[in-house]
Design a protein around this ligand. Structure first.
Ligand SMILES: [Zn+2]
Length: 218
């Protein structure tokens, strides 16, 4: 039995015989079946669980010996839609406990995942730094770490975080070093908004970037 906030004007309670007004609760298998008003129904002492929490809805239904789903007619969509359910109060309490226990698990899982990600980031940065240092042995001290950190942020969540030094290809390293030199060793970033195109700015600093890469490359 479900609870229909009826769209009909002709329904009557089969127990007390009272007419059921439009939009009032009609408890039956469907609006086409015989049914009762809410006061005469089995749900008169049940607890209403409002909609919006799928896990709570599912679990409280599972724990309750009955479940009366409330349906309201959506005129625009021409269909009944769920608007909560009547179940045993104990069932809701059990379901709430289960959901609370789950929430803790989920929070813990997220926390562990964040720690794992941070560890993977550390490995990634260390390995990428080593690879940069190998190809650019004359790059200033610790600069390889700054470059690797930036690359790690830039590719956050997109790169394989178990990356080994040998998996970083030369092109990837060159691009990271080139971008770093452009931003850290030239006035590239300050030339925007001066009327010059990005292309012109890049073209102007290119010789310096290339010579610096050669110098760092040894
Ligand atoms: Zn009745």
């Amino acid at each position: 039995m479900d609870v229909f906030l009826t769209k009909k004007e002709t329904l009557k309670c089969s127990v007390c015989n009272k007419p059921i007004a439009l939009g009032e609760a009609f408890v039956a298998e469907s609006e086409k079946h015989k049914g009762t008003c809410f006061s005469c129904s089995q749900y008169v002492n049940a607890t209403f669980l409002k909609p919006g929490n799928a896990a709570l809805t599912r679990r409280s239904k599972k724990h309750s010996s009955y479940c009366g789903v409330v349906f309201v007619w959506n005129r625009r969509r021409k269909r009944f839609e769920r608007r909560g359910q009547y179940v045993e109060a104990d069932a809701i309490r059990k379901a709430e406990l289960e959901c609370a226990a789950d929430a803790k698990d989920r929070a813990l899982k997220n926390e562990k995942a964040a720690i794992r990600r941070a560890e993977q980031d550390k490995v990634y940065i260390a390995e990428f730094s080593k690879a940069i240092r190998r190809f650019y042995p004359n790059c200033p001290k610790n600069r390889e770490v700054a470059i690797a950190q930036h690359a790690c942020e830039k590719h956050s969540g997109r790169v394989g975080r178990t990356a080994k030094a040998k998996e970083f290809d030369k092109k990837m390293i060159d691009l990271a070093v080139e971008a770093h030199i452009r931003h850290a060793e030239t006035n590239y970033d300050h030339q925007f908004g001066t009327g010059k195109t990005k292309r012109a700015i890049r073209s102007d600093i290119k010789p310096f970037v290339i010579s610096t890469m050669r110098k760092w490359g040894g």
